[in-house]
Design a protein around this ligand. Structure first.
Ligand code: SF4
Length: 458
């Protein structure tokens, strides 16, 4: 077993037994489940809307080179700059070089999973640059020294009491502040940072080819401030974020809002098409888009896994997943957790090191059922398992166990051999890893043949 798999099992084992954690997650996911059906009512034909969104992403990804070149041509005409970053190192080196050029000491940053992927905050800190998270959930996580727990709701695992305690410890506020008071504390501290910062960094929910612009969706207005206040705006986005046209947002904005948080539309939806233009009074002087590959073209090259690039990061599959709800976001040990994380991580990183995530699924199909863009997530999990075996990542004992299981289950004679006690003993000994955390398997006292015969006679 690899270290990554062993760590995953160790963390999951602890979290699965943590009833306090489960209570908080169930509470927060319960609130999500209560509002999503209301948001869905805005669609006359929800299934068709999801289907259309999937088709648009399919078209965008099948023509990715042309879409991105079209975007770049228009964006650069308006004074923007595009950096094609093949991997984390290139992206970080580019950001550092911009920081040096701009003599940057402080960065304000809005929520972005891609910046988590390249461990940007840690890198900036190492280089003596302060990077301040301005999304409230991310701010809480940064104060606590933890990565985001969920791709949409970074501090989902914390109760309001946890946050009040954290602010008390780190910011010396009163220990019993209400959520409104806590938000005001964060707001007061962050407002100063927008004015100080030389650079603002945001992600992009969509890269729009036909207008050469990006769309950013948020509920707090902090991304808008991060993009508009500092003189330089850096956007970091995965190259799969592309959609062909501005008109596609008419579908994607409501879908993302409803599947992400149950809203009909997220509060702030901003389109940015380049730096400040002559005659304009605000906006950054420079705008640079870092287009990150970092393994995404591996997924693009894989015909089956390709559709995982359609993901709009709404987080619905995480909220629906029985595994995620029990082990939580941090157990995965990856930037992207839950079903979509389990699908893409082995391709973004190493199949051998991360294949275990594709086994952390009951294959109930709930993730596929709720996906905003109808990605066949549970089938892709199976596909990953298949690829892992094809690529030789299964162990000898695993291969032998499955061979024996296959032979036995295809033969009635073998299945009818022995009595209940004997079968229970053999199977529960052979599946020791299973019974370490679960009840043992309990065979029926009578075989299937015996039951069938009795039913026909009786
Ligand atoms: S895979 Fe689907 S449900 Fe999961 S985050 Fe992406 S779009 Fe949302």
């Amino acid at each position: 077993m690899t270290d990554t798999a062993a760590n995953f099992i160790a963390r999951s084992t602890v979290k699965a037994e943590d009833l306090d954690h489960r209570r908080k997650i169930n509470f927060n996911i319960g609130r999500y489940n209560a509002v999503v059906p209301q948001g869905k009512q805005q669609f006359e034909d929800l299934n068709l809307a999801r289907e259309r969104a999937k088709n648009i992403k399919w078209r965008a990804l099948e023509n990715l080179d042309k879409q991105l070149e079209e975007f770049e041509a228009i964006f650069t005409q308006r004074g923007g700059k595009v950096v094609w970053a093949e991997n984390t190192e290139t992206a970080l080196a580019e950001i550092l070089s911009i920081c040096k050029e701009k003599n940057c000491r402080t960065i304000v940053k809005s929520k972005s999973m891609v910046t988590e992927e390249i461990k940007l905050n840690h890198f900036l800190e190492e280089n003596g640059i302060e990077s301040v998270e301005t999304d409230l959930g991310e701010y809480i996580q940064q104060l606590d020294g933890e990565p985001p727990y969920h791709i949409v709701t970074p501090a989902m695992h914390k109760s309001k009491e946890d946050v009040a305690k954290l602010f008390h410890e780190k910011l010396h506020t009163k220990p019993d502040l209400t959520p409104e008071q806590l938000t005001l504390v964060a707001r007061e501290r962050l407002r100063k940072k927008y004015v100080q910062a030389e650079i603002g960094i945001t992600g992009a929910n969509f890269i729009i080819s036909d207008i050469g612009g990006i769309a950013v969706t948020e509920n707090e207005g902090n991304a808008r401030l991060s993009a508009a206040f500092p003189k330089t705006h850096i956007v970091i986005a995965g190259l799969e974020k592309v959609i062909p046209s501005l008109t596609d947002l008419g579908l994607f904005w409501p879908l993302l809002a409803t599947f992400g948080t149950g809203q009909r539309l997220t509060v702030y939806n901003t389109l940015i098409t380049g730096p400040r233009q002559p005659g304009e009074t605000d906006g950054p002087v420079d705008m640079i888009l870092i287009l990150l590959d970092n393994g995404r073209t591996n997924i693009l090259a894989n015909e089956k896994a390709r559709e995982s690039l359609y993901c709009i990061r709404c987080g619905a599959c995480l909220n629906a997943c029985p595994i995620y709800k029990n082990i939580g976001g941090h157990s995965y040990g990856t930037t992207y957790s839950g079903p979509i994380g389990a699908v893409i991580t082995p391709h973004l990183k190493e199949m051998g090191d991360w294949k275990h995530l594709s086994y952390a699924s009951s294959l109930c199909g709930n993730c596929t059922e709720v996906c905003a863009v109808k990605i066949n997530l549970h089938e892709l999990l199976l596909e990953n398992r298949h690829e892992a075996v094809e690529e030789g990542y299964s162990t000898w004992s695993e291969r032998v166990a499955w061979k024996v299981w296959k032979k036995a289950s295809l033969s009635r004679n073998i299945m009818n051999m022995g009595n209940q006690n004997m079968k229970n003993w053999i199977v529960n000994k052979a599946f020791k890893a299973w019974t370490a955390h679960r009840d043992g398997l309990d065979f029926s006292p009578r075989t299937f043949n015996q039951q069938w015969k009795a039913a026909r006679e009786g």
